[in-house]
Design a protein around this ligand. Sequence first.
Ligand code: ATP
Length: 597
Amino acid sequence: MIKSLDLAYLKHFYHFASRYKKTAVIGLLMMPISVAANLLFPWLVIQVIDKHLTPGKYTGLMTLIAVMLVVLIVNYIADAVYTYCLRKTGQKAVFDIRMALFARILKLPRTYFDKTPTGVTLSRLTSDLEAIGESFVLGVLSLLKDSINTLAVLIFMFFINWQLALLVLLVFPPVLMLTQYVRNRLREMFAITRSSLAKGTGFLQECLLGVKTVQLYGAEEEVEAKYHGYTEDFLRAQLKTNKYDATLFSVISGITTITIGLIIWYGSGKVLAGAVSLGVLIAFINTLEKVFVPLRDFTSQIAAIQRSFAAFEHIEELFVQELEEEGKTLLPAESLKDKLANFDSLEFKNVRFRYNNTGPYILHDVSFTLNKGEQLALVGTTGSGKSTIIRIMNKAYMDYEGSILLNGIELSSIPKASMLHLFSLMQQDVFLFEENIHFNISLGAAQISDEAVVDAAQYVYAHDFILGLPGQYQFELKKSGSNMSAGQAQLISFARAVAQGGQVMMLDEATSSVDSITENLIQKAIARLFAEKTVIAIAHRLSTIRHSDQILVLNQGKIVEQGRHEDLLAMNGVYSSLLTDDDNIEDDEGALLPEPA
Ligand SMILES: Nc1ncnc2c1ncn2[C@@H]1O[C@H](COP(=O)(O)OP(=O)(O)OP(=O)(O)O)[C@@H](O)[C@H]1O
């Protein structure tokens, strides 16, 4: 039986396929033509054998044979149009599902990506959708056509000889019971194969991304053993699937052959007794193929459909994932347009935050204010919550406690799209796309002109090194920017943040060390930003933060000290201990803040 969940999947698929109703209807209209041709042919066989294959009765034989030829051709054409139109509908529907799914994935909250391995999401868009395209669309098409044809042929059989038709029907119950049993087993196996495949793909993706680390630490064998585990689960489930499939196939083939034997034995007796004409018996044997071949194929069609239901289940899981801003009470964007046209202030009031409902609090009662034109620096040991503050400000995570006011409006009630223009973020982890430098700075945004791209690069002192590259701004980056040095990558990421044109620059300074020339450029660019813009910066270098209007010192998610560089030094507390750990801080403007473990 089809489960109610399966029906829900079918409904969802229908929702996408119904956009191509016209093509589907043309395909479906071919069905009665194909069925009629399928029945007409054996009837013509009877006419030829019983009425024209007797010496002296040749008149009309050639006409009949010509009609048979036409019927055959019509049958093939109808079948071809049916398959083409319905496949096209299916393929277009799968294309739309793929796009809808991708658009949805792009809007999923960070928490989804935190807990879901990339490979799992990837396999939803690839192998699961492929299973729907291949198994479901083709499986359903064949099943639909074969069922209707089988039914029509059975009726036809009853019409020409009900005793022989009854004999054929005897075979149906055991075949159906067997099919039902195997169908359930197959479904379990397909669920296992799909989930082990997704896990394996997830692991594989991670390994390939981290292959350099694996090689560097000689961890190949451990990684291989782990992958072996995932692949073995997949293989085991596949082998079981094969076993059920093959058994079913051969049992049904056996039953079919026996039935054909029975029909020949019983039917020929009837022919000899004159109760059945020879034409009817030959047509019957000829038509039996049309019942038993689909009956045998039902099982593999059902197996294909089962496979696709396991894939539907996975895809449905993605469709029901809550989107980033779903279920949140947001103010209408129109009402915020004027209030958020320019940045005035950002105020944190006793903000508490944790990444998930059961995890520990990462921020505790964090309070501070950033006004237009000010520079705020966040310092603290690694893991103290600095990046978390920036992520919350960007609405990458939304469920904070306490209050965050942007221009006096509660951040949680502001739609993300209404505030994105105010902030530009330079991320700690530089991500470069496999595109040219121009794209990597503008990210393809239409409102960022070519001049703006060059201006941004000049602003962060990246222009000169870009001019030195072959093709300059058209220079193509390799995967993850592997043909850029760490410093160049940072400069591009910096230019990207400036090009976005936000009024508040958020700077999550990278800790990776770069050559001293690039380092100087980065520092000069940061100093320029500090002098000219509203900035909130996580900085690891003394020179970057010493002129900030306000420095927040974080320790385990709490602000333990707050003030200007000189005031904090005078306190002789955590801030100065962070600094005094580093030699010559007073003399060395570029000294690194220590990063205690
Ligand atoms: N997505 C996440 N899910 C759960 N915990 C997280 C997540 N991201 C960060 N954390 C935890 O939150 C804490 C603060 O992390 P955060 O990245 O804000 O630190 P940080 O001060 O910016 O550190 P660093 O200077 O090393 O970048 C850490 O204990 C970290 O393990």
